[in-house]
Design a protein. Structure first.
Length: 484
């Protein structure tokens, strides 16, 4: 059967004026060593040029783009006792999923290698990386500036548009993805016509048509999968919730895995987490009421942030929520894209724009980056210690702490709380004062010198500054964040 998708790609490639870093034409030169080097070079070149794929095409003259056909058949070619495709795959690192396509075009035999751009490191052949410079293939380490570009690229480039499962029937699409949840979440009247549902998912960019079948994109699967474990490349992205006994990780009480797509399983996940949280008893005039130790709004916002800001290219790890007796830790793969000190005020930046856009569309996360503001506000209302935001090369972690009396907080806790309180006041067009910080800590007015000491420490740490340094009445001085 003729693959129209690759014929359309081929027709676009031969219209280009010349070869590029991500495209090379050949006729019959089919040396396995040469092909391995070309795959490495084209994958790396596609990455640098922000192309999802690069192409190695046999059957076209490289100088004239003349279609001459080829006698090369990679599916019948061997290297030693191995099939060529397997031999190449074993010698590429990482083992990218290149595709070999054979078809006839105007009665000429064509071979098209579709080569995905690397996503988190240069692709090497036999432990050597290659790159195309003009029409020449060179070793990548001879061009360190190009190698740096590859390492420094957004590691999640094209994740949402990449394919989670290929060649799926329309019936299987509707078996794998929760289309009913899509209509419910978006507030649309549900169609019971299979073709209409498939067309809607194509329009939303969740799937794409290829010949008489469909490819499910990562975006569609990560949002609407009935079970993420049905998708081989997404199995390790299942969200984990772990409950421990006490303050450490020595004894696990239970573990839960949320295997549904992020959109369809979000409310169930948040409700489960909330049900596992410790409770405090609030005694009213005539009844007792159980109050969760942590505000649900804070849990909801932080889990949503972890899901949409995670780095999907980091393999073998996923979003994790860990519940201890005196804290909750929420961790997502990926270095923070902004300084953790600017989480409160900075405009939102997401690695996964389409995922984030849909989560905002159905009100599962904030549209203008005010989610962290809500978290800080709720922690102050609940009289909790200030949350801690921690960033590393491979992860982002948020700590929520159980209630603590002021006297139980250490110096670092108090400074962090004063900085966050100052930021919160500033973004609401107010300013922090000794009085507002005393109210934050529930300290009576006669103890203003104690709060003045915290403010002084925060100033010395470079976190806050005086709004008007000329003001001499320190009790009424206004303070703003260092970045204001």
């Amino acid at each position: 059967m003729v693959n129209n998708h690759y014929i359309e790609i081929f027709e676009k490639l031969i219209l280009l004026p010349h070869e590029t870093e991500w495209l090379e034409f050949k006729v019959d030169n089919s040396s396995p060593e040469m092909i391995g080097e070309k795959i490495s070079a084209i994958s790396n070149g596609a990455s640098i040029k922000n192309k999802p794929f690069g192409y190695l095409v046999f059957g076209v003259e490289d100088k004239t783009n003349k279609i001459v056909g080829t006698i090369f058949n990679p599916l019948l070619t061997k290297k030693g006792n191995e099939d060529l495709e397997h031999w190449l795959s074993q010698r590429l690192s990482p083992r990218i999923d290149f595709q070999i396509n054979l078809f006839e075009y105007k009665q000429k035999k064509i071979v098209l290698f579709e080569i995905p751009a690397n996503v988190n490191e240069p692709v090497k052949f036999k432990n050597i990386g290659y790159i195309r410079i003009g029409s020449i293939t060179r070793k990548l380490n001879d061009f360190p500036e190009k190698e740096r570009k590859i390492w420094n690229k957004n590691l999640n480039l094209n994740f949402e548009d990449n394919i989670a499962m290929k060649n799926v029937s329309s019936e299987a699409v509707l078996e794998l993805l929760n289309f009913m949840a899509y209509y419910e979440l978006t507030g649309q009247k549900m169609s019971f016509n299979q073709n209409s549902i498939i067309e809607k998912f194509i329009q939303e960019d969740y799937i794409e048509k290829e010949n008489n079948t469909f490819n499910i994109k990562n975006l569609g699967a990560i949002l609407f999968a009935k079970d993420l474990e049905n998708f081989e490349n997404l199995r390790r992205k299942v969200i984990r919730v772990i409950i421990y006994r006490g303050k450490g990780r020595l004894e696990t009480l239970k573990e839960f895995q949320s295997k549904k797509g992020f959109a369809t399983g979000f409310d169930e996940l948040v409700n489960y987490i909330n049900d596992q949280l410790p409770v405090n008893e609030e005694i009213g005039t005539s009844f007792r009421k159980e109050i969760r130790m942590y505000p649900k709004i804070a849990i909801r916002e932080l889990v949503a942030n972890a899901l949409i800001h995670q780095d999907f290219s980091i393999r073998g790890t996923s979003v994790m929520v860990e519940i201890f007796s005196e804290r909750v830790e929420i961790t997502n793969p990926g270095k923070p894209l902004i300084d953790t000190l600017r989480f409160i005020d900075h405009n939102p930046i997401s690695r996964n724009e389409k995922l984030a856009a849909f989560m905002r569309r159905i009100n599962l996360c904030e549209e203008r980056g005010t989610g962290i503001d809500k978290v800080i506000t709720e922690c102050e209302l609940y009289q909790l210690p200030a949350p801690k935001f921690q960033g590393d090369e491979d992860f982002t972690k948020v700590f929520l702490y159980a209630p603590r009396e002021f006297k139980e907080m250490d110096r670092i806790d108090r400074i962090r709380a004063s900085y966050q309180h100052c930021c919160l006041k500033y973004v609401t067009n107010e300013a922090m004062t000794n009085q507002t910080l005393r109210e934050r800590f529930k300290i009576d007015s006669q103890n203003y010198p104690m709060v003045s000491k915290i403010i002084k420490d925060a100033i010395e740490k470079g976190l806050i500054k005086e709004f008007d340094p000329e003001n001499k009445a320190k009790r009424y001085t206004k303070y703003i964040p260092f970045w204001a």
